[in-house]
Write a new protein. Structure first.
Lengths: 139, 77
């Protein structure tokens, strides 16, 4: 498959997000007391963020050196806009659900923060998937 | 999503311009090659500005590069 620079960039971000946050959330939600803040949980979160940033920087440097970097044009911006719209609707839906859970169930701040982060990550994944779909299929 | 009713003669115009490649056209117009591919395949309707730039790249009027298919023409296909 002949991928453009932008598609390579999106694939890289998507896979990094899936792997690193997949590992992070598996560890957080399978912990014995997922609602408790402890040193390990904070270190795990900081490590996940640091690893994502490092991988993204290295990956984007590599594809910038090996692929032809093309500036965004109107179609890229249109696709990005549609992807952000989908991600926004999902994020808003998630946040309303989360607010309901906080009111009805009552959750600790740490669990709330992790569920909010989870919503953001899921929205980011949807944004990337929408972009990849539109680049290949429709627009 | 409905397929665009904006049709184009880009493939033909590229052929008449010494087989200009999609890459060369994209550089002249200032968009990515993927965008040229999408426009050429009637999958994406460019903005008026890009349409003018494409026509100018071939040195032809806009109507020679693009035309809008009427509903009757669309139904016949």
């Amino acid at each position: 498959m002949n991928l453009s620079y932008r598609e390579k960039s999106i694939w890289g971000s998507l896979i990094t997000t899936l792997v690193v946050y997949g590992y992070y959330f598996t560890a957080v939600f399978s912990a014995a007391r997922p609602s408790q803040v402890d040193r390990t949980a904070l270190v795990r979160l900081m490590t996940a963020v640091f690893v994502i940033v490092m991988i993204e920087v290295i990956y984007h440097t590599v594809i910038a050196l090996t692929s032809k970097v093309e500036p965004k044009d109107e179609r890229d911006i249109l696709i990005e806009g549609k992807a952000y719209r989908n991600a926004y609707f999902l994020l808003v839906g998630d946040l309303f659900m989360l607010m309901g859970m906080i009111i009805l169930v009552g959750m600790t701040p740490f669990l709330t923060v992790n569920l909010m982060l989870f919503s953001v990550v899921i929205s980011e994944i949807l944004k990337s998937l929408t972009q990849l779909f539109l680049y290949r299929r429709v627009v | 999503m409905a397929k665009s009713r904006v049709r184009n003669n880009i493939r033909k115009l590229r052929f008449h311009c010494s087989e200009m490649t999609q890459q060369q056209l994209s550089e002249k117009v200032g968009v990515t090659r993927q965008t040229i591919i999408a426009i050429e395949g009637d999958k994406y309707s460019p903005s008026l500005e890009v349409a003018f730039r494409i026509a100018r790249a071939f040195g032809v009027p806009l109507e020679d590069a693009f035309h809008y298919e009427s509903e009757d023409q669309g139904a016949q296909e």
